[in-house]
Write a protein that binds this ligand. Structure first.
Ligand code: ZN
Ligand code: ZN
Length: 129
């Protein structure tokens, strides 16, 4: 089977065909082209189209990774805000005393406080130390 043209049309591939693959196939030296699986279909294509498709998959995967990493950063910021809100909601976390508020301080300026917060967030997000 040779689905090069079909694959080019349906998957918007732009590269031309590999001549030696097609010659080998026509002479019966190879019986199978490379198989692309996309959109619920399989396509038998020569190596150049297969390469193009593989490169595109690589790019897609890299984009997914970047997206996931941005999402994790956004989540981290949200968790920091939630941690601070929770802390403030429970009387600064110290028996209804407000050591930060009463001194006009921000807990986020306290290195120890931030360290505890970061540890908590790491463990919530399943990050190892
Ligand atoms: Zn081809
Ligand atoms: Zn080839």
């Amino acid at each position: 089977m040779n689905d090069c043209n079909k694959a080019r049309e349906e998957l918007n591939l732009t590269r031309g065909c590999c001549t030696s693959c097609h010659e080998d196939f026509d002479h019966g030296y190879i019986t199978n082209f490379c198989t692309i699986t996309a959109k619920g279909k399989s396509y038998e294509v020569c190596c150049d189209l297969w390469d193009e498709f593989a490169e595109r998959q690589q790019v897609a995967r890299r984009t997914d990774t970047e997206y996931a990493s941005n999402l994790r950063n956004d989540l981290k910021i949200l968790l920091q805000q939630a941690y601070l809100a929770g802390f403030n909601a429970t009387g600064d976390g110290y028996n209804a005393e407000y050591p930060y508020d009463q001194k006009g301080q921000d807990p986020e300026d306290d290195t120890d406080w931030c360290e505890k917060r970061n540890e908590a967030i790491k463990s919530i997000m399943g990050e190892t130390k």
